[in-house]
Write a protein that binds this ligand. Structure first.
Ligand SMILES: *Cc1c(COP(=O)(O)O)cnc(C)c1O
Ligand SMILES: [Zn+2]
Length: 412
């Protein structure tokens, strides 16, 4: 992206050999129409919510494609969500309903398929949890060895248990995610280890399909906003690239504004945006939303392109705002992990700041499932005193006690 060098897609490159910068897949989208998005997808691949958009993906041979039929996720509409945000409609596209329960599967199917197609022996990632769970699953499906670096004691037990169970070799690093990723990048420079972190341009190609599928589901009626949480900024980059390509091919006549929401304690990209793209400074990341606890995002230039192209916003929200918004999403029966709820909190904040009109329409991406981080949810409800806290009651085991609970439940 920085120096303009081009390389064949059949190489396992994750950074530019000439300048060290980010790589971007070039997908020819000339002549692609809404009707031809699936051209080239076999019957098997049509079952995947990623590969059914084969015309927008790298031309990886069918027999290398490793799919668990990811994607095909629903969009839920609920007036209580829109009311909380203060806008006309707010659909939640639930990427937590993927095979390993986060959006990471959409990128992983393309990344691991590319790894297979170039003959990789081992695939590796540094992770705050969901990337490792997804990689472990897809590597197992592909019969490939997987190596995962995680910050010790800082990922949720749900995500760790998936990763171990699917057979990845897990290495716990003293230090945070940023440390783990830089260490792994050193390793992959020296050894033939295929890196699937979101610096990998192929993974982002799969993540583009979240946007394509959402617009397809909406009959191409483009919402005003698409909101998502921002950590390493791979998803922001992928969404921007999807919108650039869809616009270029004439598939959409209006560009939705991307809203990338960061946690206040991990908000270097938000600060960069607020400085008018003048000053970028990595931070030491802190937030309850571990999936976006990243102080030095890998995809900043790509994500900037996405925000600029869509005239987007990059707000940041406190952990309290995240957990309150999560409680609202959970309470209406949908549910998500903490990072995902930043979408709703961020749009609500923009609306309160007068940046959005009351008749705006939005799609928010729920990036991970409610069961991904049960500890955070339990803590909020058991220990918190927020208005949404739903603390279980304990009673002695008599019918009279239970009757009192019944009467409380009925009357408020
Ligand atoms: C990975 C992840 C994110 C952050 O996505 P980036 O592409 O790193 O910005 C947000 N939420 C969840 C649940 C994730 O797993
Ligand atoms: Zn370069």
């Amino acid at each position: 992206m920085a120096c303009g060098s081009t390389f064949s897609g059949t190489q396992p490159l994750t950074s530019c050999p000439n300048c060290g910068g980010l790589l971007d897949c070039v997908i020819p989208t000339n002549g692609v129409t809404r009707a031809s998005l699936s051209v080239g997808a076999s019957r098997r691949l049509m079952q995947s919510g990623v590969w059914k958009y084969r015309a927008l993906l790298p031309a990886i041979p069918d027999d290398a494609v490793v799919t668990r039929f990811e994607g095909n996720t629903p969009i839920y509409f609920d007036d209580r969500i829109a009311d909380y945000a203060g806008i006309a409609s707010f659909g939640l596209k639930h990427e937590g309903e993927n095979p390993t329960a986060s959006f990471k599967d959409r990128g992983m199917t393309v990344g691991v398929s590319h790894a297979v197609s170039v003959g990789a022996q081992i695939v590796a990632c540094a992770s705050t949890g969901n990337t490792s769970a997804s990689l472990a699953s897809y590597a197992a499906a592909a019969k490939l060895a997987a190596l995962v670096l995680i910050p010790e004691g800082k990922i949720s037990s749900g995500k760790l248990s998936q990763t171990i169970a699917h057979g990845a070799r897990v290495v716990q690093i003293e230090g945070d995610f940023d440390k783990a990723l830089s260490l792994l990048r050193e390793l992959t420079e020296r050894y033939p280890v295929y890196l699937v972190n979101s610096v990998n341009p192929f993974r982002l190609e799969g993540q583009k399909t979240t946007v394509v599928e959402a617009l397809d589901q909406l009959d191409w009626r483009v919402p005003d906003l698409i909101a998502l949480p921002g950590g390493n900024l791979g998803n922001t980059s992928a969404f921007g690239k999807a919108l650039i390509e869809l616009t270029g091919a004439g598939l959409i006549d209006k560009t939705p504004q991307l809203v990338t929401v960061q946690a206040a304690g991990s908000a270097p990209f938000s600060a960069y945006y607020e400085s008018g793209w003048e000053e970028y400074e990595p931070v030491h990341a802190e937030t309850i939303a571990t999936a976006i606890k990243i102080g030095n995002p890998a995809s900043v230039p790509r994500a900037k392109r996405a925000i600029e192209f869509t005239s987007g916003f990059v707000p940041n929200v406190t952990d309290e705002e995240i957990m309150d918004a999560k409680a609202v999403i959970d309470r209406v029966g949908i549910g998500c992990e903490p990072a995902s709820a930043a979408t709703l909190a961020g749009v609500r904040k923009l609306r309160q700041q007068g940046m959005l009109s009351a008749d705006a329409t939005a799609i928010g991406i729920l990036t991970g499932h409610v069961l991904k981080d049960g500890d955070a949810t339990v803590k909020y409800h058991f220990e918190g005193d927020g208005p949404m806290a739903n603390k279980p009651v304990s009673i002695p085991g008599t019918l009279a006690d239970l009757e009192r609970v019944l009467s409380d439940a009925l009357h408020g």
